[in-house]
Design a protein around this ligand. Structure first.
Ligand SMILES: Cc1ncc(COP(=O)(O)O)c(C=O)c1O
Length: 413
């Protein structure tokens, strides 16, 4: 079975964009982003009083896109000082979750009254004595379980650098209480791109178990329970999409069971997805530049792994379409889709069956709306590309200029 969420490609819109703008570029669809935000709100809000969705802005940190998501009622999950700053600039609110944090960053977040602080390690509490004690504090707990789309997306368990081990939770909250913290939350993020509908309720159960211990030992009542992001999307045509209705219902069941079992007041559910909100709204479009008939057929694009590094870093699969050529109507050939960077992992696809390609064709790489542009870099002196948005009115709006060579050298002292 072919998953239409993966194979969907707005050929006409992308081709029209290639007539107006130089490649490579990213194009995002506003309607798709709004639809995903609205689906989350519609599924969770009626089930969880005080439901507090955040968007993990590291996925797509473009202010035009962030504003759309903010309009849909999302706060922001910030992973750095600059993301906390961006949240303040946009007059939004959120939670800051960093790791191995510097004093400078802690100080900036403590001074930012829009952003709640979520600490990743107990040792950082000593720093708060000097830097300032917030009224509210949360801890990122590593509950010892993990699941993710691939090994590098596993964020929990004993080999993960993240979070307070669950055995240290009581000590962490006790110390925070002693420092004078008054209001508390609890957070976890154990993996990304999880397609198992039951996993998120398992994570919530672990947090409730810790909550019960915190209440018994320290009398703590939690204001927020943040179960993180990690809601998976299908990247491969044969993968099923995550059924978010089932996810929401399973978490509700856990909340009901745990509040009945422990007698504790229910904290507000917070989630912080990135990928699920924006991933399938974004396409990276490149032009076919050179076709090499070597040991294999290599299709050389003007888009590289510096624009969208996921395949080069993780070996991640991304579906691809040749614009204007439908795979179903055309004879296919097996090709490798490659960029121009001097790294052999600069390949978007290996042995992929695609319609016959000619120089000058345009190729769209799917699922490039999250953790894609934002992971880009300048290796080989390659500037990052422009970003465009197809707005709900159908216009295509530039939302980021392409980097120039001068931009790249601007910081050289
Ligand atoms: C702390 C934290 N929250 C949320 C996210 C978003 O994850 P996803 O895009 O899989 O939803 C990440 C991703 O790395 C993360 O590290």
């Amino acid at each position: 079975m072919t998953n239409p969420d993966v194979t969907r490609c707005p050929h006409e819109v992308l081709l029209a964009a290639t007539e107006q703008f130089p490649t490579p570029f990213f194009l995002y669809e506003e309607d798709q982003i709004r639809d995903h935000c609205q689906q989350i709100q519609a599924l969770f809000k009626p089930l969880f009083p005080g439901f507090s969705p955040l968007f993990a802005m590291k996925a797509t940190p473009n202010t035009h896109i962030l504003k759309i998501i903010q309009e849909e009622g999302f706060g922001f999950d910030c992973s750095s000082q600059s993301e906390a700053w961006m949240t303040e600039q946009l007059d939004n609110w959120g939670m800051h979750t960093s790791n191995y944090t510097t004093d400078e960053e802690l100080k900036v977040v403590l001074e930012n009254d829009k952003v709640l602080l979520n600490l990743d390690d107990i040792s950082l509490l000593d720093r708060l004595e000097d830097l300032g004690v917030p009224d509210f504090l949360s801890f990122r707990i590593n509950p010892g379980i993990t699941k993710g789309g691939m090994k590098s997306l596993l964020f929990g368990g004993d080999d993960a650098k993240y979070g307070v081990p669950h055995e240290q939770a009581v000590e962490a909250y006790r110390k925070a209480q002693a420092l004078g913290v008054k209001r508390f939350g609890i957070h976890t993020m154990t993996g990304s791109n999880v397609l198992d509908e039951n996993y998120f309720s398992e994570v919530a159960t672990r947090l409730w178990e810790i909550y019960a211990i915190l209440q018994k030992e320290l009398g703590i009542e939690l204001e927020y329970m943040n179960i993180g992001g990690g809601f998976g999307v299908a990247y491969k045509p044969e993968e099923p999409s995550l059924d978010l209705t089932k996810v929401a219902q399973a978490i509700r069941k856990t909340f009901d069971e745990q509040s009945a079992k422990t007698g504790l007041a229910e904290p507000k559910l917070m989630i912080e997805p990135g990928r699920w909100v924006t991933c399938d709204s974004g396409f990276l479009v490149g032009r076919v530049n050179v076709i090499k008939d070597g040991y294999k057929k290599f299709i050389g694009l003007d888009a590289n792994c510096n624009h969208m590094p996921r395949p080069s870093i993780y070996g991640a699969y991304h579906h691809a379409s040749v614009l204007g050529k439908d795979a179903e109507d055309s004879s296919l050939e097996k090709v490798n889709l490659v960029g121009r960077i001097c790294e052999n992992n600069d390949q978007f696809a290996h042995d992929r069956e695609l319609p016959l390609i000619e120089v000058g064709d345009f190729v769209a790489i799917h699922n490039c709306g999250a953790h894609a542009f934002s992971m880009g870099h300048n290796y080989n002196g390659q500037p990052r590309s422009a970003e465009y948005l197809q707005t709900s009115s159908g216009d295509i709006q530039k939302i980021r200029h392409a980097e120039t060579i001068e931009d790249m050298f601007r910081t050289v002292a």
